[in-house]
Structures are given as structure tokens and as C-alpha cells.
Design a protein around this ligand. Structure first.
Ligand code: NAP
Length: 358
């Protein structure tokens, strides 16, 4: 169920759309992503980052994504919330993750889950985690349902408000739901380039009241005027998101096909007086089962274009421009994150698997 609320700072802008992710828990349909604050996307001015989270909150975007494995990010959110608490202001809603190390999977038990959750609580300076999104690197290692049930116990104790998952396919999502893990959300890659969640996961989730939170919506920033008409950067990229989504562009059909898509998005953006990123985000928000898009940001530079998504409605002419391109390029095949689970494959080789050790 979607609705809107009107934060004071939006001025003439359309009101921020919100959605109830779980009974009594409402989030804006754009969540600010936190991976970009973990140091893999260039240096971060910490004081500026903390201050500019305030610009998002003032605009009505009061929910952020983080993870136990995003170095320093939980602590940064904790610092922001400490300032809010001291000022008597409403707190940021923080979605974190539980990503057991690959090398630890066989050892994950209730004590392991408790240790990571307690560390997140401490870093966030919180008594309860708003949403914990569970990830499991390798289905061949047994124990994922038990690990999810361990989180369920921590939820019963009151340490966690809501449970979600990230990067599970439909079958394993259903395994958890049917074992009694009340997942309210699944965080997955979903964009014009990668439509795998539409193959089965969105419908499976809908049957259980589970909604999608989507990353990769902007393909790490490739969906922007900056890349329109530019040559293929190949492997000259240093930002980890761009390296990742350059591979997804290959899965979609290559750089030339991507440029045709960017041109169509530019034409649509110009019709509506917005930017390419705004159109790409709106498209994801309009897909069945999608609760919110997670848009990565270090600072508030793109906030205006992000907020413009709430005033944009794609029409038949826009869809007619996109339809032939999407039909010609169905994108990665199979279920969500299946390609990525091959540790020796193109996607698997660029990932970091043991970030909780530190
Ligand atoms: N669960 C998972 O496995 C997983 C994986 C990846 C990401 N995530 C989550 O999803 C979030 C998003 O990360 P992502 O890697 O998928 O990146 P993304 O959101 O697709 O792209 C983010 C980048 O796009 C650019 N950008 C943002 N808004 C823009 C706008 N309006 N116009 C033009 N450019 C804009 C920014 O680049 P510049 O700052 O360079 O302009 C930003 O760093 C992460 O922070 C994280 O929370 C989760």
C-alpha cells in the first residue's frame, strides 16, 4: 500500500511517495544506499557525509541502506543518529545486513548471528535494528535456513524489528518463508539492464507479502548524461560499482546496445524535463512487487534529480520507445543472483567474500 507525505523542504516538488514495508513500518520509495560511503568509491569526507544525510532526511528520504560489511558505514549512521537524538529529532531508519563471511558459512550458528547483530547495534548506537537483510554466499553449504531462524529468534527477543534477505533466488526465498522466517523484503539487483526479479521472485514474494528493495537501479551511475555518447570504458574503471555494472552492460548486450538505451532514456527525460537517472529510477519503481529503489550516494549532489522521480509518470509514448530495446535485450537470464554465485565466473571474481573478519 503506497501513500505520500509532504516534507517541508520539498517546496514545489511532488510529495515523497512512501510504502508500508511491514505493518506499522513505512519507508520512502527511494532509500539512500550506503556502499558508496565505505571507501570503495573514492575517498569520503566523513563530516560532510554525516551532514548531508541530513539533507536527505529533511527532504523526506529518512531511510538508508547499510551493511555489517560496509566499512565504517554503520558507525557513520550511528553518529548521525546520536546527533538527531541529542537534538530531539526523529531518527534515521537504518536497513543493515547480516553477511556471514564465505569462509565461515559452515560455522554460522545462533551465537555467530547474535555476535554480528550485537556489533551492529553497538555501531549504530541503537537498541533495535530496523531491518536486517540476510545474505548467504553459497547454497551448497547447508545451514542457511537455520541461520535465518537464528535471526528470527533475535527478532523475537526484540533486537531486530524486521527481517529481510538479499540476493536469494525464488526457491531459497520460499524455503525461508515456508520455514517461518517472516521476510518482509528481498534486496536484489533490478534495473532496465537486469530484469531477473521479474522472472519469478517478484511473484513468489507477492504471495507471501514480501516486497523488493532494488539496487543497481542506476547501474552505479552509468544511467546518466555523463555516459551518453561516451566510448566504452572497458576495464579502465576504478569505482567498484562501475566495474560491477560494466559487466551487467555486457550481459545486456554490450556497450552499443547500452548507448541505444541511454539515447531512448535521454529522449524520455527531455520530454518530461528531467534527467536520465530519474527516468531509470521511475521505471524500476513502476515494476510489480517493487517497494523501493536503493540509490547510492556519497553526498547530496544528486538529491534534486532523485526527488524528481516522485513527480514523474511514464506514459505510453515513453514505453513505446523502450519496448523494442527491452525486447531485443532481455538481459541476464535465470533467477536473481544465480550468475553471481559462480565464484570463478566474471561476476564472482570481482567480489570480496570475507569482509566481516575485520
Ligand atoms: N545487496 C547487495 O548485494 C548490494 C550490491 C550493491 C549495492 N547495494 C546497495 O545499493 C546501493 C546502490 O549501489 P549501486 O552500486 O547499485 O549503485 P547505483 O545506485 O546504481 O548508482 C549509484 C551512483 O550513481 C550516481 N548517481 C546517483 N544518483 C544520481 C543521479 N540522480 N544522477 C546521476 N548519477 C547519480 C552516483 O555516482 P557519482 O557519485 O559518481 O555521481 C552514485 O554513486 C548501495 O549503496 C548499497 O546500499 C547492495
Amino acid at each position: 500500500m503506497s501513500s505520500v507525505f509532504s516534507p517541508a523542504a520539498t517546496g514545489e516538488r511532488a510529495a515523497v511517495q512512501t510504502v508500508e514495508l511491514a505493518p506499522g513500518y513505512r519507508i520512502p520509495r527511494v532509500i539512500r544506499g550506503g556502499w558508496q560511503l565505505a571507501g570503495d568509491h573514492g575517498p569520503v569526507d566523513r563530516a560532510r557525509a554525516v551532514q548531508e544525510i541530513g539533507a536527505f532526511v529533511d527532504a523526506g528520504l529518512n531511510t538508508v541502506d547499510g551493511a555489517d560489511i560496509y566499512t565504517g558505514v554503520e558507525a557513520l549512521y550511528g553518529e548521525f543518529n546520536a546527533q538527531r537524538r541529542a537534538a530531539g529529532q526523529a531518527l534515521l531508519q537504518v536497513h543493515t545486513k547480516f553477511v556471514p563471511d564465505y569462509d565461515d558459512l559452515a560455522r554460522v550458528d545462533a551465537a555467530y548471528a547474535r555476535r554480528i547483530v550485537q556489533r551492529s547495534l553497538q555501531r549504530l548506537n541503537a537498541e533495535r535494528l530496523d531491518l536486517v537483510q540476510f545474505h548467504w554466499w553459497d547454497y551448497r553449504v547447508p545451514g542457511l535456513v537455520q541461520a535465518a531462524l537464528a535471526l528470527r529468534e533475535l527478532q523475537r527477543e526484540g533486537l531486530i524489528a524486521h527481517l529481510g534477505g538479499t540476493n536469494f533466488d525464488s526457491a531459497h526465498t520460499l524455503d525461508m518463508l515456508e520455514a517461518g522466517v517472516p521476510l518482509v523484503s528481498m534486496q536484489v539487483q533490478y534495473s532496465l539492464l537486469d530484469r531477473r526479479p521479474a522472472h519469478a521472485l517478484a511473484a513468489a514474494g507477492a504471495r507471501h507479502g514480501m516486497q523488493l528493495l532494488c539496487y543497481g537501479t542506476l547501474a552505479g551511475g552509468f544511467f546518466s548524461e555523463r555516459w551518453l555518447g561516451q566510448p566504452d570504458p572497458g576495464d579502465s574503471l576504478s569505482n567498484r560499482s562501475l566495474i560491477k555494472y560494466r559487466l551487467v552492460i555486457e550481459d545486456f548486450g554490450g556497450w552499443a546496445a547500452f548507448q541505444r538505451l541511454l539515447q531512448a532514456l535521454k529522449a524520455i527525460a527531455d520530454r518530461h524535463g528531467v534527467r536520465i537517472a530519474t527516468v531509470a529510477t521511475r521505471w524500476v519503481l513502476d515494476q510489480p512487487g517493487v517497494a523501493a529503489a536503493i540509490v547510492g550516494a556519497r553526498y547530496a549532489d544528486h538529491l534534486g534529480d532523485t526527488l524528481a522521480v516522485f513527480g514523474l509518470q511514464l506514459d505510453a509514448q515513453d514505453h513505446a520507445l523502450l519496448a523494442p530495446l527491452l525486447a531485443a535485450h532481455p538481459g541476464p537470464e535465470g533467477d536473481t543472483y544465480t550468475l553471481e554465485r559462480d565464484k570463478t565466473g566474471r561476476h564472482g571474481r570481482i567480489m570480496k567474500y570475507n569482509l566481516n573478519k575485520s
